[in-house]
Design a protein around this ligand. Sequence first.
Ligand code: NSP
Length: 219
Amino acid sequence: MSFMEGILKQNKPVWDKCIATTFVQEMKEGKLPIEDFKEYMVQDSIYLKNYARVYGKAIYHAETLREIQLYYSILSFVTDTESAIRLNYLRQFGMTDDDIEFIAPLPENQNYIDFLFETAKRGNGCEILMAVLPCMLSYSYIFRKLAEEPESLKSRYWDFISDYADDRYADSCKEWCDFADKKCGSLSEAEQKKLESIFERAGYLELDFWNMAYQRKKA
Ligand SMILES: Cc1ncc(CN)c(N)n1
């Protein structure tokens, strides 16, 4: 089993917990109130802007041009492909990315951003990669599982679900995992353990993020 295959296996339980959150279940069933989805979209727009900033540091640490191109391909997904549907929803809510600049992140979002910035500040290239990958890989895992369920097809959020369940996105995730295997797969056991814990921490921050919009409304 490769380094990344091991990591994906270890993190399946936390990603399954993300699927089990009320937010994700209600989204699948189409029952999620649009106000909750709006809050998620707004917070996600704040998150993604800050997420993209971390790639500045990843690229700085890059050892080859190929590596820079790889980071650029992830960044391009975040700022173009992924943003198209997000901007569409923001437009429906009468908002643009400019409006997002005036909104503060909720605590769970801020925690996740702090973790990314902290890892970018102190970490090496592999550590930064482990902090950013769960964002990309967990969504492919979660939304492909959702898309397998017939209920999702009838959901008002199907456009959002199908975008992340896309085969091309899954292929890109595979490419990013292969890159991580090449870059980090031959490190010592102690170094790999450290990387595993960074990856796992990011997975739990993803879980907090899914719980965030729902909990705040119901509190
Ligand atoms: C919080 C979060 N995590 C992951 C993704 C998917 N790139 C996202 N849009 N937002």
